[in-house]
Design a protein around this ligand. Structure first.
Ligand SMILES: NC(=O)c1ccc[n+]([C@@H]2O[C@H](COP(=O)([O-])OP(=O)(O)OC[C@H]3O[C@@H](n4cnc5c(N)ncnc54)[C@H](OP(=O)(O)O)[C@@H]3O)[C@@H](O)[C@H]2O)c1
Length: 384
C-alpha cells in the first residue's frame, strides 16, 4: 500500500489527538505533513516538532505573537486565520485530509479537499449537515471516508452490498447523560452534568450535542447525504452500551451490524487504512463481559433538538444550515453559563421559524445564511 501524506485539521482536539495516536502506531505507512489548530499554539508546536510537519496553520489570528512559535525550525511555514487553515488542503503531495475541526468552520476545508482531488477522512459532521448538497457531488465511495463511528459502521455494513437492496439504516445513540429525564428535569441540568458523557470522551461542543441528542439529529442528516437515504429511512435507536455502532437492514430482513469497543481510534484508522485493516491500538472486545445489549426508542418530546434536526433534514435545502448555526450559538451560550439547557432547543426552534428553506446554491450563500441565523439565535437568547 502507498505511504500516505496526511493533513490533520484540528490536531489539538479529541479526534485530532486520537488521529496522532494512529499515525504514531503506523509511522511506516503514514506521515503527518501539516496541521491546523484553533488557538492552542504550544500543543501545536510540540506536535509539529514531533512529526516533522512542514506547515502549521493557526485559526486564531491573535496568536501571531505566541512565544512558543520560536521553538519551530525556520523551515516550517506558519500561517494564521481561516484562509491559512483552508489552504493546507491544497498543499502538494497530500493524499488524505483528516477534517477534525469543530462546527461549520470546517465547511470550506471539506469542500476544498474533494474539489482538488484529495481523499477526505471526515469527522467534521457539520460540514456535511450544512453543505452536503455541494460536497457529495464532488465525492466518490473511495474519496469520502466517514470517521464518525456510526457512519464508519454503516459504511462497513454496506461493503459488498447493493445500496438499493437496503431497507433502512438503524443509527444507534447512547442516549447521553440525561437518558430517561423528563422535560422539567432537563430544564435545570448544569454545564458539568451535561459535559459528563457516559461512554465517549469528546470535545465540549459535541458532548453538549450528545446530551441534547442534537448530535444524533446531525448524524441523521450526515447519513442521509453520505448514503443517499431518505431521512425517514434512518431510524434512531437508543443503545446505552454503545457496543453496536450502527446497522443496515436489507430487503430480505437480514440486518448487518458493526460492533466493537467504544474507541474512536478504530473508525479513524479505518478511514486511513481502507480498503485494508491494520492492527489497532484499541483494547480487544470481550463479549462475555458486555452487559445485556438494550435498545429503546428516543424520546422526541423531551429531546426537542433531535425532533428539530429531523424536521430540518426533511425540509432539506438551507434549513440544516440554519438549524446548525442556531445550535452552535446556543451551545456556546450554554457552555458560557449564559442560558439554560432547554434554551438550546428553544433558540433552534425560534431561528428555524424565522427562515424558509431555499435551494443550496453556493458556499457563499451558505456562509451568509449561517451568519444571519447566528445573529437571529443570539438576539433570541439575549432577550430571554
Ligand atoms: N470527539 C469525538 O469522539 C467525535 C466523534 C465523532 C465525531 N466527532 C466530530 O469531530 C469534530 C471534532 O470534534 P472534537 O470532539 O475533536 O472537537 P474538539 O476536541 O473541540 O477539537 C476541535 C479542534 O479544532 C480546532 N479548531 C476549532 N476551531 C478552529 C478554527 N476556527 N480554525 C482552526 N482550528 C480550529 C481546535 O483547536 P484548538 O484546540 O487549538 O482550539 C481543536 O484542535 C466535530 O465535528 C465532532 O462532531 C467527534
Amino acid at each position: 500500500m502507498k505511504h500516505l501524506n496526511i493533513v490533520l485539521l484540528g490536531a489539538t482536539g479529541s479526534i485530532g489527538t486520537q488521529t496522532l495516536d494512529v499515525i504514531r502506531m503506523h509511522a511506516d505507512r503514514l506521515s503527518l505533513v501539516a496541521i491546523a489548530v484553533g488557538r492552542r499554539v504550544e500543543e501545536a508546536v510540540s506536535i509539529a516538532n514531533e512529526f516533522g510537519c512542514s506547515h502549521l496553520a493557526i485559526g486564531d489570528e491573535t496568536c501571531k505573537d505566541a512565544t512558543a512559535l520560536s521553538q519551530l525550525p525556520e523551515t516550517v511555514h506558519v500561517g494564521f486565520g481561516a484562509q491559512a487553515v483552508d489552504d493546507l488542503v491544497e498543499l502538494e503531495d497530500v493524499d488524505v485530509v483528516v477534517n477534525a475541526l469543530s462546527g461549520a468552520a470546517g465547511l470550506r476545508a471539506s469542500y476544498g479537499t474533494l474539489a482538488c482531488g484529495r481523499t477526505l477522512a471526515l469527522a467534521n459532521k457539520e460540514s456535511l449537515v450544512v453543505g452536503g448538497d455541494l460536497i457529495m457531488p464532488l465525492s466518490t465511495h473511495e474519496t469520502l471516508l466517514p470517521v464518525d463511528s456510526e457512519h464508519s459502521a454503516i459504511y462497513q455494513c454496506y461493503l459488498g452490498e447493493s445500496p438499493e437492496e437496503a431497507r433502512r439504516i438503524w443509527l444507534t445513540c447512547s442516549g447521553g447523560p440525561f437518558r430517561g429525564y423528563s422535560r422539567d428535569q432537563l430544564a435545570s441540568v448544569t454545564r458539568d452534568q451535561a459535559l459528563a458523557h457516559p461512554t465517549w470522551n469528546m470535545g465540549p461542543k459535541i458532548t453538549i450535542d450528545s446530551a441534547s441528542l442534537m448530535n444524533k439529529g446531525l448524524e441523521v442528516i450526515e447519513a442521509h447525504h453520505l448514503f443517499n437515504v431518505g431521512v425517514d429511512d434512518i431510524r434512531v435507536v437508543v443503545h446505552p452500551q454503545s457496543c453496536v455502532h450502527s446497522m443496515v437492514e436489507y430487503l430480505d430482513g437480514s440486518v448487518k451490524a458493526h460492533l466493537g469497543v467504544a474507541d474512536m481510534r478504530i473508525p479513524i484508522q479505518f478511514a486511513l487504512s481502507y480498503p485494508h485493516r491494520w492492527e489497532s491500538p484499541a483494547a480487544e472486545i470481550d463479549f462475555t463481559k458486555i452487559a445485556p445489549l438494550q435498545f429503546f426508542d428516543p424520546d422526541l418530546d423531551t429531546f426537542r433538538c433531535l425532533a428539530l434536526a429531523l424536521e430540518a433534514g426533511r425540509a432539506g435545502g438551507t434549513m440544516p444550515c440554519i438549524m446548525n448555526a442556531a445550535n452552535e450559538v446556543a451551545v456556546a451560550s450554554f457552555l458560557a453559563g449564559e442560558c439554560g439547557f432547554t434554551d438550546i432547543d428553544a433558540a433552534v426552534e425560534n431561528t428555524m421559524g424565522a427562515f424558509d428553506a431555499e435551494k443550496v446554491e453556493s458556499l457563499d450563500q451558505l456562509e451568509q445564511l449561517d451568519a444571519e441565523a447566528r445573529k437571529c439565535a443570539a438576539s433570541y437568547l439575549k432577550a430571554l
